[in-house]
Write a protein that binds this ligand. Structure first.
Ligand SMILES: Cc1ncc(COP(=O)(O)O)c(C=O)c1O
Length: 404
């Protein structure tokens, strides 16, 4: 049982009382996006009714208040991952954060990047694209437990400029040993980028401990609004990057023959930002803190183990999931003889929302899991319950019977 008032938590999320196809919604698509509590929804309304102005550009009171709201959100997010506020760059989402790094680091012909087969396309395509420039890209494989083959990191060499890997797979739920990989990479002189889109929402992340150069995540997967995400940039790499987008706010002095850029984090925040998004993400962080990340992680783990044990007992279902101590609240599976979209369609008929297909990780799902029709995926969060899992298991049993 959750170590917090889960009924009270559920009441904070208005959408959970919605009915789908006449059934109470069971929302198991949290890895795609989370739901938002009233505190965030109302907070955004409050922002527009009380604070709205373009910060920085004006010195009137409202602009000052908007600036304070924006910077205070930055401070909250920095504290949440144990970073300094100037290491927090607001971006649109994890995808933009990773792309930013791929444009801002000066990659040249002959450079080498190491990434892995466990990646979401967001942490794969930006690196594969650099092959056009003559940059070499290698991939670390996975083993039979859907964990990274740590031996693959031995190919980090002096020519390796960056090691880019996920902290949590959105397909298998595998949690990688980010601290160890980060150390291995740094020992060989490589920089480290971590895709933490699936872990920051679910566990305590300490960037001082994991020690990446860059870490990316999205607000919408952690109770925050759409359109706001974070790129953490370690202070030790300030100044090594080229600008990404240029224009207003990212400069400190402009002459026709010389440009002086702003310091971090303004250097990477060109133009008017998503102020209300940052404010809303700050409120989401307040909400997560009010429950406690350790309690959320324990709840996620208990529910995921329960889900895993239940699904394991159903004939005709194949599970693609990391081992208990190495997985986040994600379970991918296939039903014998059924396409993953059909499984999701049938579950939806009973009000249960799951993801299906390649989960934006086609090389992993197709080449490594050999799930040619994709996988279905149930992903959980703090407001999910055992009763919801029981409903899911009962419907999944019916589906397997239908497909013989
Ligand atoms: C592991 C992982 N990385 C990156 C992303 C990309 O997130 P976004 O679409 O918010 O940029 C996702 C989204 O599902 C993800 O699961």
């Amino acid at each position: 049982m959750a170590d917090f008032d889960i009924r009270g938590v559920r009441e904070d999320f208005p959408i959970l009382s919605k009915k789908i196809e006449g059934n109470q919604l069971v929302y198991f698509d949290n890895a795609a996006t989370s739901q938002r509590p009233r505190q965030v929804i109302d907070g955004i309304k409050y922002f527009y009714e009380n604070i709205n102005a373009n910060p920085i550009r004006s010195i009137h009171r409202l602009a000052e208040e908007a600036n304070e709201a924006y910077e205070s959100a930055r401070g909250k997010i920095a504290k949440f991952i144990n970073a300094y506020p100037d290491e927090i760059v607001f971006v649109k989402n994890a995808t933009e954060a990773i792309n930013l790094v791929s444009f801002a680091l000066p990659f040249d012909k002959g450079d080498h990047i190491l990434t892995t087969y466990l990646e979401h396309h967001s942490n794969l395509i930006p690196w594969l694209r650099l092959r056009d420039k003559g940059v070499g890209v290698d991939l670390v494989d996975i083993d039979q437990n859907f964990e990274l083959d740590m031996g693959g990191f031995n190919s980090v060499s002096e020519g390796t400029k960056l090691v880019a890997f996920t902290h949590g797979s959105n397909v298998t739920g595998t949690i990688t040993d980010a601290e160890r990989i980060s150390k291995l990479a740094h020992d060989s002189g490589a920089m480290v980028l971590i895709d933490a889109a699936q872990t920051v929402p679910h566990m305590k992340i300490d960037v001082k401990k994991i020690n990446p150069d860059f870490l990316a995540f999205s607000g919408h997967k952690m109770l925050g609004p759409f359109g706001i995400g974070v790129l953490y940039v370690n202070r030790r790499v300030f100044g090594r990057e080229k600008p990404f987008l240029t224009g207003g706010e990212m400069i400190s002095n402009v002459k026709m023959d010389s440009i002086k850029y702003a310091d971090m984090p303004g250097f990477f925040e060109a133009g008017t930002q998503n102020i209300e998004g940052a404010y809303g993400l700050g409120l989401a962080v307040d909400y997560l803190n009010s429950i406690g990340m350790d309690r959320i992680a324990a709840h996620d783990k208990e529910l995921t183990d329960y889900l895993y044990d239940g699904v394991k007992g159903i004939d005709g279902v194949h599970i693609y999931s990391g081992r208990s101590h190495e997985r986040g609240p994600i379970l991918s599976f296939t039903v014998k003889n059924a396409h993953s979209h059909d499984v999701a369609y049938l579950l939806n008929k009973k009000g249960i929302a799951v993801r299906s297909g390649f989960q934006c990780a086609q090389p992993l799902v197709e080449d490594k899991l050999h799930a040619v029709g994709g996988t279905a995926r149930a992903s959980l969060y703090l407001y999910n319950t055992q009763e919801e899992i029981d409903r899911f298991l009962s419907e999944l049993k019916n589906i397997t019977k239908m497909y013989g």
